[in-house]
Write a protein that binds this ligand. Structure first.
Ligand code: 6CS
Length: 315
């Protein structure tokens, strides 16, 4: 069997190496009966095109960021909420692994669209980049053109700080930052460094205002049609890779922080927010949580309520 596995990242980046590792393990476990072709970002269109392809079954597997499904699965937008998960990344990953709100309830919402998220995993804490000034207070977001993924709730989160959010594919982002079409963006450090956004930005503000969560997804109909043994191997491999990808993102985020610090040709000033500075953002972000409950969630915030309880149990 030949399966197609599409990612939103390019060779070497976390999602891509994840898919390669997944393909290798499946090949070995099935003695070569399953061959998976891994597609890097760009070849099959934009991130939202890839969501369509998975839904249609033109690809069987995909790594997907919930930010690109915002117009489709309302509850998937809860990952846009700032300061929701604990600052400690390992604790956050533990919650992602065990949360019933995500692995059962949210999964069901995606399955209504023929997408099954088999696992949720972090690609690291998100940080901000900008020119002219770091982003240490909401004042500095005033009229700031912030590039975001295509999720109404991500937009709402930045509008709450006073910014003008603009959605676009990351494939256009380097040029947009270079030309000043947008002023800044958010991403984990490995991605900022690997995509060279720091070359066209002056400041890296370590805000850790959110976690970048990715999902290992499959086309539901296809997955349910697999032989039981094969489906069990897919599940087993997904499970095995949770620890593997945690180590991988950790390694890449550290490696690229050093690379950005040492890139003297493209100097970047790194500013870490104090807890007091983060609290100012946190307070505004709490109102966005209410907005999500009242205006966005199709199930009255039930999934968020349950997730918040699960998070509280870990703290
Ligand atoms: O900013 C983005 O849209 C991209 N960031 C990451 C970490 N992965 C893929 C995604 O499309």
């Amino acid at each position: 069997q030949q399966w197609r596995f599409v990612t939103e990242e390019v060779e070497g980046q976390v999602q891509y190496v994840y898919a390669e590792e997944f393909a290798d393990r499946m090949y070995e476990k099935t003695d070569g009966a399953v061959e998976i072709d891994v597609y890097e970002f760009g070849g099959l269109g934009s991130e939202t095109d890839q969501v369509d392809q998975l839904m249609q079954g033109t690809v069987e597997m995909a790594i997907m960021s919930p930010g690109f499904t915002g117009d489709m699965v309302d509850e998937g937008q809860l990952f846009a909420l700032h300061f929701l998960f604990p600052d400690d990344i390992a604790t956050t990953q533990d919650i992602l692994n065990n949360s019933e709100a995500l692995n059962t309830d949210l999964r069901e919402r995606y399955e209504e669209h023929n997408i099954s998220p088999l696992a949720f995993w972090t690609e690291g804490a998100m940080q901000w980049t900008s020119n002219d000034h770091p982003l240490t207070s909401p004042d500095e977001f005033e009229n700031f053109q912030m590039r975001v993924q295509t999720s109404p709730l991500i937009m709402e989160s930045y509008e709450a700080y006073g910014a003008n959010p603009q959605d676009m594919s990351w494939g256009e982002l380097y040029t947009a930052l270079d030309r000043g079409t947008v002023d800044g963006q958010e991403n984990p450090i490995f991605f900022i460094g690997d995509a060279s956004f720091h070359e066209v930005q002056d400041y890296l503000t370590l805000a850790s205002h959110n976690n970048y969560v990715a999902m290992t997804t499959v086309n539901t109909e296809w997955y349910e049609g697999l032989d039981d043994d094969l489906r069990a191997l897919v599940d087993e491999t997904t499970e095995e890779l949770q620890d593997w990808v945690f180590e991988e993102q950790d390694r890449q985020n550290e490696e690229f922080l050093t690379a950005i610090e040492e890139d003297t040709d493209n100097p970047t000033e790194i500013v870490e927010l104090t807890e007091e500075e983060r609290d100012v953002f946190r307070e505004i972000a709490m109102d966005v949580r209410e907005f999500y409950r009242n205006e966005v969630s199709g199930v009255g915030g039930e999934i968020l309520d349950k997730l918040e309880e699960e998070i509280a149990e870990h703290e």
